[in-house]
Design a protein around this ligand. Sequence first.
Ligand code: GAR
Length: 198
Amino acid sequence: RGGLTAVLELGVLVSGSGTNLQAILDAVAGGELDARVRIVVSNKPGVLALERAERAGVPSLVIRHQDFGTREDFDHELVSALQGAGARLVVLAGFMRVLTPGFLRAFPGRVVNIHPSLLPSFPGVRAQAQALAHGVKVTGCTVHFVDEGVDTGPIIAQRAVPVLDADTATTLTTRILEQEHSLLVEALRRLAARQEPG
Ligand code: GAR
């Protein structure tokens, strides 16, 4: 869509490889998702996600959490950047920081996260390794609204992924990640369908 406004004006927060960001960029470019990525913000410099943004012609910014004395100050800077860029829905796509209540108040009901487990199982970091350690035979991925807890907000979409006997954290992570990409786009399409343009 080449229009002045897309249904979803997105700000995407990243910390790493950005394959979920790429899925969004590809879906937008392919006309499958009525959205525009207004800005990509990384808390880490030099990550592949920033290259993906640049390649897609999307503005990007590094805001290093270490440069701020408190979480509130860091989040305040994130909010300024996102609002300044015109983002109205924030997507946490492999963003490995927990947001403060102040951030969430700036985007009420408008922050979504993708997590590599079937929540409420295995919240927090290294969800795939947690699943292996627990010996579950099925895990998966979840897209949910972010609330003040860690990976606890209302669930938008989930997909199951089998755990195989031979799995390592690496092979399981890869199998889940493949499903994350389409699940995230599907969840965003659902949010776009709920919303009036502009
Ligand atoms: C994804 O597996 C995502 O679910 C996970 O980080 C990876 C980022 O990959 N997020 C979390 O674990 C959040 N707690 P990507 O940078 O290639 O999109």
